[in-house]
Each structure stands twice: as C-alpha cells, then as structure tokens.
Write a protein that binds this ligand. Sequence first.
Ligand SMILES: NC(=O)C1=CN([C@@H]2O[C@H](COP(=O)(O)OP(=O)(O)OC[C@H]3O[C@@H](n4cnc5c(N)ncnc54)[C@H](O)[C@@H]3O)[C@@H](O)[C@H]2O)[C@@H](O)CC1
Length: 450
Amino acid sequence: MHLLLPTTATLPLFDVAASRRIEARALTHSPDLMARAGLAVAKLSLALRRGDGPVWIACGPGNNGGDGRVAAQRLTEAGVPVHVGHNAPRRPSLVIDALLGLGLNRTPSTEMQLIFAAMAACGAPVLSVDLPSGLLADTGLPAGGHAVRADHTLALLTLKPGLLTGEGRAHCGHLWFDDLGIAPDEAPSAELLGTTRRPARGATSHKGSHGQVLVVGGAPGMQGAARLAARAALACGAGRVYLDLLNLPADQAADPGRPELMRGTLAALPRAVGVLGCGGGAAVAAALPDLLRQLSRAVIDADALNAIATDAGLQQALRARPDSATVLTPHPLEAARLLGCETASLQADRLAAARELARRFACTVVLKGAGSVIASPSERTAVCGSGGPALATAGSGDVLAGWLGGLWAQQPGASAHAIACAGVDAHGRAGEVDGVLRAGDLIERLAAAR
Ligand SMILES: NC(=O)C1=CN([C@@H]2O[C@H](COP(=O)(O)OP(=O)(O)OC[C@H]3O[C@@H](n4cnc5c(N)ncnc54)[C@H](O)[C@@H]3O)[C@@H](O)[C@H]2O)[C@@H](O)CC1
C-alpha cells in the first residue's frame, strides 16, 4: 500500500468492466482478496485515526461493505474500538466509508445521502474504501450529484480513471493504492501519466539546434495571452521564439518585457511549430487556413478552437493534416463547442469526450480541467494526476500551449501524443502550490523543474 500521488511512473488504469474481469480471474487463484482488502483498510485506518474514539465503519450491502466488515474484525483484534452501523457514534476517531464501491449502479437514495451527510458532519477524517461512495469509477462523476467527500481513499486491486478526473480528485482526498498482490493480466483501459524528463541539450548545440516556435494570436487588447505562450516556449528551451501579433504594426516590439522574443510571420517561418489562438480574438480565424495547411506541427488553443468549432471548412482543414501533427488544447467549454454539446454532458464522461474529439478531428486532444485527459486516435488515453486549483488562473492555458510548442520544437521527431503527455504533466507539477499562482510565476516554476 502506498500514497499514489505524486507518481513519477506511468501507471495502468482500469475501468469497471476491466476491474471486474481482473477480479474474477484473480479470485480463482487468490480467493482471499477480501481478507487482503480488509487488512489493508485496517492498517491504513490505524495510521489515519485521530484520537482514541471508536472507528465508525459504515458498511453497504455488497463486497465494499464486506471489506469494511473485515477491517472491523482486524481493528477489533488490534484493540481498537469500532462501531459498525449507519449512525455516527460519539466522537469517532475515523470514519470508514464502505457503503458503495465498484457496484454503484444508481443515484444514492435519500437514506444513503443522509449517511454521507453524517460522515461529513461528525468531525472525524473519512477514509473511503476503493472509491468514495457514490462516485462513478469510470468517469469521476458523483451519481445524481451525490458522493462522499473523503479525506483519504484507498483504491483496491486496480486504479480506476474516475479517481483521477472529473470530480474524482475533489472527492478522493489523499489517494492510496493497494494492488492486493495481484498483477493485472490485461491491457489497461487508460493510463495515469508519469514524468518525462526534458530534452537533453548537447554540449555542442546552439540555438539553431533547438527549433523554432511561432505564436500566432494576441489581437488588439489580448497580447498578454500570446506573450505568455511565447515566454513559456522560450523558457522551455526553444531556440528561437517569434510572435505574430494579429493586427499589431510590425515595427512594434514582440514583448517589451522579454527582448529575446521576436516578431515573425508564417511566410518567413514555415518550419516553426505553430502555437495558434492564444488571445487570437476573431482575427485568428482568417489566418487559420494557411496555418493549418502549411505548419507541419501545431498546438491549437483558445480562439483558434472557437473559430474551428463554427467553421466546417476549418474542421475539414484540420482533419486533412497529417497524423500526429496537431495538438488541440481545449478547456471543457471549448471542447463542448467543438463537439456541439453542453459542457455538463461533456464533463459527465471526460475520457469519452476527449476520445471522440481525437477521433472526429484526427488529432491529439488535451481536455483540460482537473485530471486533464490526453487522447489520440491510436494511443492509449492518458489522465494527468498532477496539478491543482492554483492552475485555475488567467493565462495558465496559454502557458501550457506555449510549453507544448517549446517541447515540440526541440523534439521534432516526437509524436503529438508524447509531447502532450510530457507537457501536461510538467505543467501540472509546476502548478502544485498552495494558494494563488500567477501565469508568469508558473513559467518560472516550469523552467526551474527538471
Ligand atoms: N470480490 C472481492 O473479493 C473483492 C471486492 N472488492 C470490493 O468489492 C467492491 C465491489 O463489490 P460489489 O460488486 O459487491 O459492489 P458494491 O459493494 O460497490 O455495491 C453493490 C451493492 O450495492 C447496491 N447499490 C448499488 N448502487 C446503490 C445505491 N446507489 N444505493 C444503494 N445501494 C446501491 C447494489 O444493489 C449491490 O447490492 C469493490 O469496490 C471493493 O471495495 C475489492 O476489495 C477486491 C476484492
């Protein structure tokens, strides 16, 4: 058993159907899985308990409740007072939520919701077994809007995608994992991103060795977004970074605060990696046909995505680009516009939405938001476990787009998917701070990390 995050290793994720198959096969040679699960819950409970009060164990009707009952036995044997039931005891030292796990198949009843509320109100830390009760394991959506908010969750046997995306992170608290001694014997449904090191810089390299980035955006009044993207590309190590600031006279500086950045245009830089749309406004739409046709690698963000969402010709141009040549970086609203659906229905299944976007537009998609999802037509979908609320700040998306452009400039042979995975994880890690983070400081943190 170990605390899962942060992880440097890429880890397999299994949806409910796959977890059920793995469990069924494992039970044929290891029939004591529930005993192992209950023991793991009891061990973690001993470490998390606050004070001498009883451990309140709320057990449901299925095997999740069975795990809770085994934990009760183990804790009793260890001399710990336990209270098994649906009402809170006086001053519990810990709550074990063993109501619902993988078998959740409907909105928690009013009765169940009252137990969730009692857990939240009793003042003790809450440890959820396998999943916070009410949380859908495949999507991270609380069923009917109701799920336990745990302080800790101990995932058992497999890691499920819903622990890490959607509302999962908000409901899981600290995420622990115990594989119960079983090695999964089938291909993962998705994967949790590990860490990729930044490209090494050769001893004899020069700025020409590290590629070019062309940021196209920054319509009047919105230059900040494009400049943040360009600064991020530069901080990432791109050899030369140019800004095509839409409708800004060519004799004006690219970025007075960052003299390393230059003005540039597609005509002069056809081999650059394009970072398109940051602060693009309506003006970027007119530039997109040429950009989509000529750039061999492009990261497409913000207003460029909005332009594509409303223009069938641009959608066709996007689909016509070569394989692995494009990364789209929509936030949920932009993604919903691209799919022509409501944001809420998109958020209800983020992995499915990202996969559908990747299929429809034949490119790599980074669906941003808590637990960013990276999907590509022929790659395993990845979920990002790093990041946090400090990234919910103006400009952090521009920084991501620029960072991806900077990484790709230095690794021209890398696939769009590999670049997206490496950049999203680095961006998430750099954003793991308490409180507020300004986008400019995020760039500095990205640059300082290795
Ligand atoms: N079988 C085993 O040996 C193992 C089981 N494990 C545990 O077993 C769990 C899965 O067990 P189950 O398949 O029995 O499923 P659950 O225990 O998650 O729940 C199934 C039961 O809950 C009811 N239910 C579903 N949604 C409900 C709702 N909204 N309100 C009220 N009742 C609801 C179902 O009718 C069914 O009776 C895992 O999450 C994990 O905790 C793991 O420990 C691995 C080992």
